[in-house]
Design a protein around this ligand. Sequence first.
Ligand code: SF4
Length: 366
Amino acid sequence: MTGSFDLQSYMTKGVERVVAEALKATLKDPKESAFMLRFAAASRTASKKRRRAEDAGEHIPPFLIASITSRCNLHCAGCYSRQNHATTDEKAVKQLTAEEWAKLFDEADELGISFILLAGGEPMLRRDVIEAAGERTDILFPIFTNGTFIDERYFTLFDKCRNLIPIMSIEGGREITDERRGDGIYDKLISNMDEFGRRGLVFGASVTVTRENFMEVTSDAFLDSLSDRGCKAVIFVEYVPVTDESSELAPTDIQRDFLAGEIHRLREKRPEMVYISFPGDEKLSGGCVAAGRGFFHINSHGGAEPCPFSPYSDVNVKNGSLRDAMHSPLFTALQSGDILLDDHDGGCVLYEKRALVEALIGQKGC
Ligand code: SF4
């Protein structure tokens, strides 16, 4: 799609690596590896669908991020979703229904999208949507959750629907986690992890990497505390400032390069877990992979956005298909323009160039 760099092959290689590492990490659990083998086959079918579309001139990304609610019970310091007003304490209005999300998941499957990351707000508040996701076993649904609503009924659901993978947000040890998320959150997360481990259920951890917790969350002590409890994946999410005040929290370029090197080291030295960094190494992916290059975002009321950190949309899936959203005027302009490929300081080019993004949609939004 862009010059000689074959983005589809690059993204599919990334998917195949994650699936292969997940297969390796779950080998000891017969029920889990049986599911992962079936998913690996479904993922290959999805890759072929995307390749056929690519050869016919249409680019389909393998990932979708779906924010299924604008509500959350926590008020974490520096929460991008609250700062973007995508998460509020007001009554949730105009949210997509479970039927609308189910239709969207089926469209994604037909297109060849094999990973749908469920986020929010706090996604566990939408049990109806999560149960609909559980029925779509050809798609893997990592659920980015604060872990506070995980109860007996959810443990039973995760045992039944192995395509639902809870990814619990943690900042490091008790002190730094409770400082950002609230008292008692760390202990709740650890008791969840111990219970997942006891039941042999797969789970992961999402770590927001800042200048403050940088060394702690890449330390062997912290990673041991996760893998010893049965954690199978660690998603390092580089903190993306969404206000000038919070830009001091974003990792420096030196720290980001160190993190990229660390992840390569961990993949070799600690294969018991899968390691993913977001937004990842743009130098390798030929620029930012948002806006449908590697993924895109559907917000809680159906707006199609380049990324959760770039809350701009000019198309709503309530008025059209997922395919239409993928080819929105904004996405088309971003994919054909230079913004996504631009050099930039810090973690997020779309945040840095937000004035240009706003100009592209004339602030109309929907
Ligand atoms: S749990 Fe997530 S959505 Fe809720 S306040 Fe914390 S960071 Fe924001």
